[in-house]
Ligand binder design. Structure first.
Ligand SMILES: [Zn+2]
Length: 157
């Protein structure tokens, strides 16, 4: 299976940090299938956002923008990512949608999407989503806490 029309392979490999540090962040062949699954999950999300969330006043389709997709181990270390990050397994993406807050995007996904393993509203700025077999459907919120990060279950308002 190939990548979804609105989420081509290069969008998952692009990284300013990798480019700056000369790190080759190409997806390895054995991780392509997992990233393809993420791309089709994102396509379903994009389609639903534009079918359900879209308002009459909006002329153009809303994009779902990937700010971080695959991370090879060297890149993950360079950005200080978790040593068990699902980004390294090609099962996670960080996304945002222009015109939606991170919380609005989380709420939309929780209401309209299935199949996500872990979804994290990160610092009110973007949403981390992982997709894998046997998904847990866990929803968390990440906030700065001193020098670290605190993760807590997201409570419904
Ligand atoms: Zn992430």
């Amino acid at each position: 299976m190939s990548f979804a029309p609105n989420f081509p392979q290069h969008e998952f490999e692009a990284s300013q940090t990798a480019a700056r540090k000369g790190i080759d962040n190409s997806l390895p062949a054995d991780k392509l299938d997992d990233m393809v699954k993420v791309s089709w999950w994102l396509q379903e999300l994009r389609n639903k956002i534009n079918r359900i969330h879209r308002t009459e006043s909006r002329a153009r389709e809303l994009p779902v923008i990937i700010t971080s997709g695959y991370r090879c181990p060297e890149l993950n270390t360079a950005i200080g990512g978790s040593s068990t990050s699902q980004h390294m397994r090609a099962q996670a993406v960080d996304i945002h949608v222009p015109g939606m807050t991170a919380r609005q995007l989380v709420d939309f996904i929780a209401e309209h999407m299935t199949g996500y393993d872990q979804m994290i509203e990160e610092f009110g700025r973007w949403v981390h989503v992982s997709v894998c077999d046997s998904p847990r459907g866990e929803v968390l919120v990440a906030r700065k806490s001193g020098k670290g990060v605190r993760y807590a279950p997201l409570k419904a308002d």
